[in-house]
Design a binder for this molecule. Sequence first.
Ligand SMILES: [Zn+2]
Length: 141
Amino acid sequence: MPTLSCLCGDIRLTLAKRPDFIHACNCTLCSKTGARWGYFQPSEVTVAGETKGYCRADKVQPNAEVRFCPRCGATTHFVLTAAAAAKFGNVVMGVNMLLAEPDALAGIELRYPDGRAWRGEGPFGYVRQPRILGAEGGVEP
Ligand SMILES: [Zn+2]
């Protein structure tokens, strides 16, 4: 099972499986939190250590609460807000796959959603073709 950790090691995340794909999204939240998200059912992720959370203040009802390590500041994961979980069910969380060892991600598809242009509902576009991560690479474009 893949294990991820923040820079200082206080936060560790254990995944029940590898993600089906990883998003390198260009939206404001993903860019400024420095995250490449893999998506999981909440039951598939175990978080060890105490994280802090932030919900963006420029949305009336934000759907995601980004969690981070209070010691080193690394973005670790996001969870749905209580309002979003009530609306959609608590069906998904995101894990920052940049915290994985690069060779743990070989063979996973990295996708590039155009989140910056997305209007908040319906399908989103992609800014470029996906690529398959190699053993050497990590998840940087
Ligand atoms: Zn840390």
